[in-house]
Design a protein around this ligand. Structure first.
Ligand SMILES: [Zn+2]
Ligand SMILES: [Zn+2]
Length: 151
């Protein structure tokens, strides 16, 4: 997703693209939608000599979630991370307990597909399911290889 299409979308939805919103969105585009916390977004902007207050960044990321541009993720208690919402790129996450790296799982066999039956089941019971979030935790291939070597 590019800034231009984001701008267009914002305009269509009649929200003004303020410089702050654009700057924050740009951070996610420039970092290739890494899973950034508000603090990291703030520090990235500082490193680019963009003058913005921490409070503004925290407010802006949550606003962008409300507007549907960012998705709020929680991998660790008390820490929120954000990523760009890309409808063509739905994915689940694998969090390595050893190195802390967050992997995006984009395989054909995505949990979304597998869980579709389950979601249908819930719907049949009258639950209105809007979204679900699958997280895997464990050790990534790199770390498990390392542990095996160390033994
Ligand atoms: Zn790892
Ligand atoms: Zn992700």
């Amino acid at each position: 997703m590019h800034v231009d299409s984001l701008k267009k979308e914002l305009k269509e939805r009649k929200y003004r693209m303020t410089p702050q919103r654009e700057q924050v969105l740009k951070v996610f585009i420039e970092t290739n939608s890494e899973h950034l916390g508000a603090e990291e977004v703030y520090r990235y902007l500082l490193s680019k000599r963009i003058n913005v207050s921490k409070a503004t960044v925290y407010r802006t990321v949550d606003l962008l979630v409300e507007l549907g541009f960012l998705r709020k993720l929680q991998f660790d208690e008390g820490v929120y991370r954000y990523e760009l919402v890309d409808k063509d790129n739905k994915h689940s996450h694998f969090i390595c307990n050893s190195c802390g790296k967050i992997y995006e799982l984009k395989d054909e066999l995505s949990p979304d597909k597998i869980l579709k039956d389950y979601t249908d089941l819930l719907r049949a019971q009258g639950f209105e399911v809007n979204e679900f979030d699958v997280k895997f935790r464990g050790m990534c291939p790199k770390c498990s290889k390392k542990t095996r070597k160390d033994k």
